[in-house]
Design a protein around this ligand. Structure first.
Ligand code: SF4
Length: 618
C-alpha cells in the first residue's frame, strides 16, 4: 500500500514497484488489533533490502506474533525522495501506507557503514528528529542491528538502542518490554534504562565517553545501571530457532531473486581480515533435515526456482553432501537450481560438483584473497595455489568455463610481489583450462578477478592495522592491471575512496556524528553507490568539524589503546586477537576450529562448547 497522494507520481519515478507494496506473501493485519507496530527499515534500495536474509527472518518473526505488525521500509531513490519532499509525503510502511513516525519501533539493519547518511535521510523523511535526545516521546524507539553495530559509536547520537549479535530472541524480548512500558505510560528514559538490562541490548546514551589529548578514547563509563560490557546475543540452537516458511516475492527483479536458507552461523576459519567470521563465532549449524524442510517450505510458498544455501563458508558444512543428495530428486523434478555461494577451493569435493552438475550450472567463485602463499599465511587464508588449481581443473572437467576469484589489496606486509601474484594466479587458472583434456569443446575460459581493498575492522586481528590511503590503493590497482597479460582475465576493482570512508566509520568514535550530519545536510546519501558518492562534500564536512579522517584509518593503534568498541563483548577475547595480530606479522598460521581449537573465547557464548569440535582450550 502507498499513500493516496503518491498515486499520480508513481509513473514518474524509476521502478514504481519499489514503493507500492502488495507483493505475494506480504503481511497485512488489522491495525486496531495489534499493540506494537514495527517498521523494518533497510537503509538502501528495495532491490538490495529485499535480498537480505536478516530482513526476511525478522519480518516473519515479528509478524508471527498476534500482537505486532511488521512492515517494510526502504530508502527511496533520489527521484522518489524529490517527489515525497515536494508533495509533503512522509516515509510510510509498504504494507499499510501509514507514516512510520507513528509506529512503535523503527528497526534499522546496518550491514554497511556507507548507509549511515541514508539512516539520517530516512529519519528526516519520516518527519522525525535525527538525534535520540531530540526524540523525547517513548515511541518510536529507533533501534539498529547488523554487523556495523559492533561499533555503533559513530551513530551513537542517532540510535536509541543497538542490538549486537543475533536478533531473533532479543527482538521479541524488546517488543514485550515496550508493550509493557507503553501500557503503563512510562517515559522513554525509563524504557531505555530497563532495556539496557536485557542481554544483548546497548543503549548508547547511557554511556559517557572521555577522550585523551591525543584524541584516543580515555574511558567509557556506563551510567544508570547499564552494564560495563554489553555481551552480544547468541542463538545457540539454530534447529529450533525461528525460520520463515514464506518470503515476500517482489514484483521487480532484486539482487538475489531466490530462496535463501542459512545452513550455519559463524565460521570455523580464522581469516584475519574477516569481521563476519569473528563476530559470528562460535559456529552453530542446522541439521541437514531441518535445512531441507525449510528449503522445501519456502520453494512451495514462493515458486522460486533457485535455492541458495548460505553461510560464510558453505563447503565447510559437514552435512553438505548428504543434504545435496537428499535434495536432488525433488529439485531436479521441480527444475530448481541449487546455488552454493562462499565455497572454498580446498574442500569442494569432485563428487559434489558432479552432483550439482545435474541441475542448472552456476558460475564458480573462489576467494584466495591474496596472490602469494606468504601473504595468504599472513591473513590466515589456509588455501594453497595447488588447491585452487586442482579445484579449477575439476570444475573445467565438469563443464564450467567461468571462474571468479576474489582478492584483496592493502593487506598488512603486502609487497609488489604479492600484487603480481594475483595476476599470476589468475593466469595459472587460465593455463589450467587449456591443458585440461576434458575441457568443454569449442569454448573459451573466462577468469574474473575482483579486487577489494582491505578495510581493517573491529573485532578482527587487523583492528590495530593502518589502512592504505586512497592514492596508494589506486597505485596498487593500476600495478595489478599492468601485470595482467591476457584478455581471458578480467579485473574489477573497488572505488578506493569508498573503502576509505568505510574505514573511517568502521573504526570511528562518537565525534563522527557531527560529520555524518553535516555531510547529509550537504546532500550526501547512497554513499556506497559510486554515482552518488561525493568526496568533496565529505572532505568539507570533516574540515568543518575539525576532524582528521586519517586519525581513524591511517595510524597504527597500540595494543593497549582503549578502542571505541571495547565495551562490546562478542565472545572473542582481545588477548586472542592481539596474539593473532602478532602471528600475522610473523607469517604464522592458526589452524581452523575443526582441526584444533585456538582458544578464542567465543565458546563461552555457547555454554562453553563449539559445535564443530566439542573440546576447547580456555
Ligand atoms: S573457542 Fe575454539 S573452537 Fe570455538 S570458535 Fe573459538 S577457536 Fe573455534
Amino acid at each position: 500500500m502507498y499513500p493516496k497522494k503518491l498515486e499520480k507520481f508513481l509513473l514518474k519515478v524509476q521502478k514504481p514497484g519499489r514503493y507500492t507494496g502488495g507483493e505475494l506473501n506480504s503481511v497485512v493485519k488489522d491495525k486496531s488489533k495489534v499493540d506494537i507496530r514495527y517498521a523494518f527499515c533497510f537503509p538502501d534500495t528495495y532491490e538490495i533490502g529485499m535480498s537480505h536474509l536478516g530482513m526476511k527472518i525478522l519480518y516473519s518473526l515479528v509478524n508471527a506474533r498476534e500482537d505486532a505488525w511488521c512492515e517494510r521500509v526502504f530508502a527511496p531513490w533520489t527521484d522518489m525522495e524529490a517527489v515525497m519532499r515536494e508533495n509533503d509525503i512522509l516515509l510510510y510502511g509498504l504494507e499499510s501506507g501509514d507514516e512510520i513516525r507513528n509506529f512503535d519501533i523503527l528497526g534499522f539493519t546496518m550491514q554497511y557503514e556507507l548507509s549511515y547518511t541514508n539512516v539520517l535521510n530516512m529519519l528526516d523523511l519520516a518527519g522525525l528528529p535525527l538525534r535520540s535526545k531530540d526524540r523525547t516521546s517513548l515511541t518510536p524507539v529507533v533501534i539498529a542491528g547488523g554487523a556495523c553495530v559492533c561499533n555503533a559509536e559513530p551513530m551513537a547520537e542517532f540510535f536509541d538502542i543497538t542490538l549486537p549479535g543475533d536478533g531473533e530472541e532479543v527482538t521479541n524480548e524488546l517488543i514485550d518490554l515496550l508493550k509493557e512500558y507503553k501500557a503503563k505510560g512510562a517515559s522513554k528514559q525509563e524504557f531505555l534504562q530497563a532495556a539496557a538490562q536485557i542481554k544483548g541490548v546497548y543503549v548508547p546514551s547511557l554511556y559517557e565517553v572521555e577522550y585523551n589529548e591525543d584524541n584516543t578514547v580515555k574511558s567509557v563509563n556506563p551510567t544508570c545501571g547499564a552494564p560495563e560490557k554489553v555481551e552480544k546475543r547468541n542463538v545457540a540452537d539454530l534447529d529450533s530457532m525461528f525460520s520463515p516458511s514464506e518470503f515476500v516475492v517482489p514484483f521487480l527483479e532484486v539482487v538475489h531473486d531466490r530462496t535463501t536458507v542459512e545452513i550455519f552461523r559463524g565460521c570455523i576459519r580464522g581469516c584475519r581480515f574477516c569481521q563476519a567470521g569473528f563476530l559470528n563465532r562460535p559456529l552453530r549449524r542446522k541439521s541437514p533435515e531441518v535445512v531441507e524442510a525449510q528449503c522445501k517450505a519456502i520453494c512451495d510458498s514462493t515458486g522460486y526456482d533457485e535455492i541458495s544455501l548460505c553461510s560464510l563458508s558453505t563447503s565447510d558444512y559437514k552435512g553438505l553432501e548428504k543434504l545435496i543428495t537428499n535434495m536432488l530428486p525433488w529439485t531436479i523434478e521441480e527444475k530448481i537450481n541449487i546455488a552454493l555461494p562462499s565455497l572454498r577451493a580446498d574442500n569442494f569435493p569432485k563428487e559434489l560438483m558432479e552432483k550439482l552438475n545435474a541441475v542448472r550450472r552456476s558460475g564458480l567463485t573462489f576467494a584466495p584473497e591474496a596472490g602469494t602463499q606468504r601473504l595468504r599465511d599472513v591473513i590466515n587464508k589456509n588455501i594453497t595455489e595447488k588447491e585452487v588449481l586442482t579445484t579449477a581443473a575439476q570444475a573445467f572437467s565438469g563443464g564450467w568455463t567461468a571462474v571468479k576469484l576474489y582478492f584483496m589489496i592493502g593487506l598488512p606486509t603486502e609487497t609488489e610481489e604479492d600484487i603480481e601474484g594475483i595476476a599470476n594466479l589468475a593466469q595459472a587458472v587460465v593455463d589450467e583450462y587449456y591443458k585440461n583434456p576434458d575441457k568443454p569443446k569449442g569454448k573459451s575460459v573466462s577468469v574474473s578477478i575482483s579486487v577489494a581493498s582491505l578495510v581493517p575492522k573491529p573485532f578482527t586481528p587487523f583492528q590495530w592495522e593502518p589502512q592504505d590511503k586512497p592514492d596508494v590503493l589506486i597505485e596498487k590497482q593500476n600495478y595489478l592491471v599492468s601485470c595482467v597479460k591476457t584478455r581471458k582475465v578480467n579485473v574489477s576493482r573497488h572505488v578506493p575512496w569508498t573503502s576509505f570512508l568505510e574505514g573511517v566509520f568502521a573504526r570511528g568514535d562518537r565525534r563522527l556524528a557531527d560529520v555524518i550530519e553535516t555531510a547529509w545536510r550537504k546532500g550526501c546519501k547512497f554513499d556506497g553507490w559510486a554515482e552518488c558518492l561525493k568526496p568533496d562534500m565529505w572532505e568539507e564536512s570533516f574540515a568543518e568539524n575539525g576532524i582528521d579522517p586519517y586519525f581513524y584509518t591511517a595510524r597504527r593503534r597500540e595494543y593497549d589503546e582503549i578502542l571505541p568498541w571495547d565495551h562490546m563483548d562478542y565472545g572473542v577475547t582481545k588477548k586472542f586477537l592481539v596474539n593473532e595480530n602478532k602471528k600475522a606479522h610473523k607469517g604464522e598460521t592458526t589452524a581452523c576450529c575443526r582441526e584444533k581449537c585456538a582458544g578464542c573465547g567465543a565458546n563461552k557464548l555457547n555454554g562453553g562448547v563449539c559445535d564443530e569440535i566439542g573440546k576447547t582450550v580456555v
